[in-house]
Ligand binder design. Structure first.
Ligand SMILES: [Zn+2]
Length: 165
């Protein structure tokens, strides 16, 4: 190998790895650029109405068929009731018949998940990536194209009518 082929090889490798890291950065972009909101429990309690506080900060579940958002069919964005970060597009909302607002996909990078255990059965909890506010649970009985059902508390969301993201 002469110096020139060595340099070209190094450039090609360097170019490829920088392309790969750029692609990775683009994929992670939404959550990377979203600055987390951190507040104490007392601050959240002072900020939120009690029913929203119990869901967002204590992972309570609202009674089924209680949310007016079950019937919301306009175009727009469903945002976190804790910090107003857009979490779902109206395009991915569907009527699951469960009594809770349901979506088959979250906006990219906007929710985080953790596994919790309810009646000895593991469930996937999801929450707003910015403020950590609990939203609901993900189940595997959703419609195509994802087969997922994001079962969301209506009180954990605010709806903004407008162009759907
Ligand atoms: Zn939030």
């Amino acid at each position: 190998m002469n110096r020139r082929t060595f340099l070209l090889g190094a450039l090609a490798l360097g170019g490829l790895s920088s392309l790969v890291s750029r692609l990775q950065a683009a994929e992670n972009l939404p959550s990377d650029v979203i600055k987390k909101i951190v507040k104490s429990d007392a601050e959240w309690k002072a900020l939120l109405p009690l029913d929203r506080y119990k869901i967002l900060r204590k992972e309570a579940t609202e009674p089924r068929f209680s949310s007016p958002l079950n019937h919301e069919k306009r175009a727009g964005t469903f945002a976190c009731a804790g910090c107003d970060l857009g979490l779902f597009s109206s395009k991915t909302k569907y009527d699951s018949g469960t009594g809770w607002p349901s979506f088959y996909r979250a906006l990219p990078g906007r929710v985080g998940t953790k596994v919790d255990t309810f009646l000895w059965r593991p469930r996937t909890e999801y929450h707003c990536i910015r403020c950590g506010g609990h939203q609901g649970h993900i189940f595997d009985d959703g419609p195509p194209p994802t087969g997922k059902r994001y079962c969301n508390n209506g009180l954990a969301l605010r709806f903004h009518a407008g162009v759907a993201p």
